[in-house]
Design a protein around this ligand. Structure first.
Ligand code: PLP
Length: 395
């Protein structure tokens, strides 16, 4: 089945009991057990609920995995997956992971005796070089946020297999429509379903999928044991969002592509990051491992003052933390997604004071271009190259 069909005709399609056209919200914490000798399919809703089960099966099917799990947030999914590791283990992590992931790894997980090394995962050699005898896993996010660096997932998985390492991929930016890391050899896929999968900026949710059943059992034990499950109302909202994932991404990606080309040609912009641009260093790998470039791009206007002027002038995009929604979202990584990252770490990752991230929504692309055009007309002059360098070294 092709994705467009599969996304509608998975387990979230209709209620197997009544035929209702959407899976009901089973607002129940516990389930009557008719026979104490017969284990019921559902006994207590932390352990399982039919509404959550429908979403979990749907995402497992779309990612091509064995078991799916729905968590209270993307961070709940990420932190729960990291509980697969034990004290003394070492994990290699892509250096420009989501700011919240960085914070969890450096401020929480580090206290549990699990160590991490951050590497530029766009270099497979850098990943290989970071392996130690204690290494048990590799954690990737590709394309990364906000500079959209691309990791060759299959190449990293080949290295990992030789050493029996678990490969975990945060697939939030791509979704299973464009990229299915399990098919490329990864063991676990994670989503912040708050973003494209939910798609409407109205729910916070996380998902994880394991490639095989044994790892699925381990993660199930953690999900049930830690209890960071997604509530049933939110499961329903995520399933509703999932049904239009392909239709939304087709439009938003097309818009992002047009905006990236338009911005690249605009004299007020110093740099555009979008894997769909031919000169993006990850363009080829992205094109080979994903069927699309997605709806997120970043661009640099050269200084904080100019970024602020743009934010003050734009009218259509909402200015917010988050991405992957029906409305176009502009965000400022320095004070938003990457505020948790120390300034020197940010500078080392190219997250400059002039960097702006744009997540394309479903508005008419020409209206978005008109809006950005009028906002860019009023920017204060670009700082001279020397001043930019100075500002960069100060950061
Ligand atoms: C938002 C985000 C997260 C965290 O998800 P929450 O649902 O906000 O907890 C993790 N990874 C990426 C790539 C994200 O964009």
């Amino acid at each position: 089945m092709n994705f467009a069909t599969k996304v509608l005709h998975g387990t979230s399609c209709f209620d197997p009991v009544t035929g209702a056209s959407s899976v009901p919200i089973y607002q129940a914490s516990t389930f009557h057990q008719a026979d104490l000798d017969q284990p019921p399919a559902f006994d207590y809703a932390r352990s399982g609920n039919p509404t959550r089960a429908a979403l979990e099966e749907a995402i497992a099917g779309l990612e091509g995995g064995e078991r799916g799990f729905a968590f209270a947030s993307g961070m709940a999914a990420i932190s729960s997956v990291f509980m697969l590791f034990s004290a003394g283990d070492h994990v290699i992590v892509a250096e420009d992971v989501y700011g919240g992931t960085f914070r969890f790894l450096t401020r929480v997980l580090s206290r549990m005796g699990i160590s991490v090394t951050f590497v530029d995962a766009s270099s497979t050699d850098a990943v290989r070089a970071a392996i130690t005898p204690e290494t048990k896993g590799i954690y990737l996010e590709t394309p990364s946020n906000p500079t959209l660096k691309v990791t060759d997932i299959a190449a990293v998985c080949r290295i990992a297999k030789q050493q029996d390492l678990l490969v975990i991929v945060d697939n939030t930016f791509m979704t299973p429509y464009y990229q299915r890391p399990l098919e490329l050899g990864a063991d676990v896929v994670i989503h912040s379903a708050t973003k494209f999968i939910g798609g409407h900026s109205d729910v916070v949710a996380g998902l994880a999928v394991t490639r095989d059943a044994a790892l699925g059992e381990q993660l199930y034990f953690i999900q049930n044991g830690m209890g960071a499950i997604l509530g049933v109302q939110d499961c329903w909202l995520v399933m509703r969002g999932l049904k239009t994932l392909k239709a939304r991404l087709d439009v938003s990606t097309n818009t992002a592509d047009q905006l990236a080309h338009w911005l690249e040609a605009h004299p007020e912009i110093t740099h555009v990051y979008y894997t769909g641009l031919q000169d993006h260093p990850g363009h080829q790998i992205q094109a080979s491992q994903s069927s699309g470039h997605g709806a997120v791009l970043s661009f640099d206007v050269g200084s904080r003052e100019r970024a602020k002027a743009l934010f003050d002038r734009v009218k259509l995009p909402i200015v917010a933390v988050s991405l992957g929604a029906v409305e176009t979202i502009l965000s400022y990584p320095v004070t938003m997604s990457h505020a948790a990252m120390p300034a020197e770490e940010r500078a080392a990752r190219g997250i400059t004071d002039g960097l702006i991230r744009l997540s394309a929504g479903l508005e008419d692309v020409n209206d978005l271009i008109e809006d950005l055009k009028q906002a860019l007309e009023y920017l204060p002059p670009l700082p001279k190259i020397e001043e930019q360098k100075e500002a960069f070294s100060r950061a």
